[in-house]
Design a protein around this ligand. Sequence first.
Ligand code: LLP
Length: 436
Amino acid sequence: MDSIVASQLPITANVNDLGHLEVGGRDLVDLQREYGSPLYVFDEATLRENCRIWKRAFEDHVPRVQMFYAAKALAYSGILDVIRQEGWGVDVVSEGEIRAARHVGFSSKDVVFHGNNKTPDELRLALEFGTKVVVVDNEYELSVLSDLATQAGKTVPVMIRVNPDVDPHTHEHISTGQLDSKFGLPISTGLAEKVCRQASEAPGIKPVGIHFHLGSQIETVEPYLAAIDLAMKFGAEMTQKYDFRLDFFSPGGGFGVRQNGTEVPTPEYFASRISERFQESARQLGVALPTLLLELGRSVVAQAAVAVYMVGSLKHIDGVRSFAAVDGGMSDNIRPALYGAEYPIAVANRMDEPATQSYRIVGKYCESGDVLVNEAKLPTLEHGDLLVMPMVGAYAPAMASNYNMAYKPAVIMVSEGEVRMIRRRESFEDLIRLES
Ligand code: LLP
């Protein structure tokens, strides 16, 4: 098996005597026959292992830490439930995600509420549910929340999301730490301080911490370290100037995963360097060490799933290239088109065969940009071959659409040979049900 593919598959993956790829003790060829394609197959063991590795990595280094899963990476109940069982909380950004968290039984104390334009209804729901904290992103939100809390006779713990103006060196669409961002309150322009002061004075509001999030798929630790210095210093200042507590501190999430050959730091490395700097900074500033809150999405779920596609049309254009079209594409995974995301790919039913041919792997949707893999080296493909794409657990099914009236794919979970349906494939009836 190609070593890049091997390093990105779920931990239970292996090739059986038929040369087929197995995940969670199940042959992907059999699974495709039973559930059709495109098919998203989650490996429960990988999901649990990622939860444990990251949790342990931080707990080994900081006395008080709480792990949150960023539900936006994929909020299906079957996924959230496993993560809840692993002792994680959840970071939510919408009414739907608040309800999903509640639906699978997260305690309100294990839910943090994010977003740059939370609606009054969403804030009301968060208040009702009693989320651990609301992470305040702007002045308007603070004033609406203060009014709602006062009306409800409640006091809401809030963290202030600051913008430290640190470039995380990731794709511009998933970069949030730079000054020119819709997220967070810049420290450098004074806006963050203004909102901290307002929070300290607003009725119904209790400021309890500082939050930042630099972006996603961050591949080095340095941006975190720089931002921790700035945000901790700022937080300490707020505690001196205002009625502001620094009980909690969060550097967000965004830890990068291997993408088609790129290397990223290990969880242990990210966790030890971040924890060290966080504690060092508290010592230097002379503040009591806050509880560290982490919010991981991609690094928890990406590697836990593979997508299975069937090859349909094959087209060779002399002197140009060969195209292999599959039965899915940008409707179930927009990431290559949107971010230039690179995924490795292999032939699930012929894992042992040498890669001899170059193909562009394209989807079936009516756009030239519907390309899943720009150039893949594979054995000579035949109609009906099954392609397997690793690392698709994060943000692929979560961002799936019904473009071209595509049915969102089935998502299943495998564990020790058993299969659980996480979300069945959509049907025409599902799509038409909401129309009048
Ligand atoms: N915390 C906050 C406040 C966030 O906005 C995000 C992600 C996370 C945590 C989790 O970041 P992660 O650990 O998953 O990198 N759709 C894009 C990714 C958007 C990320 C948005 N925010 C993609 O497919 O790459």
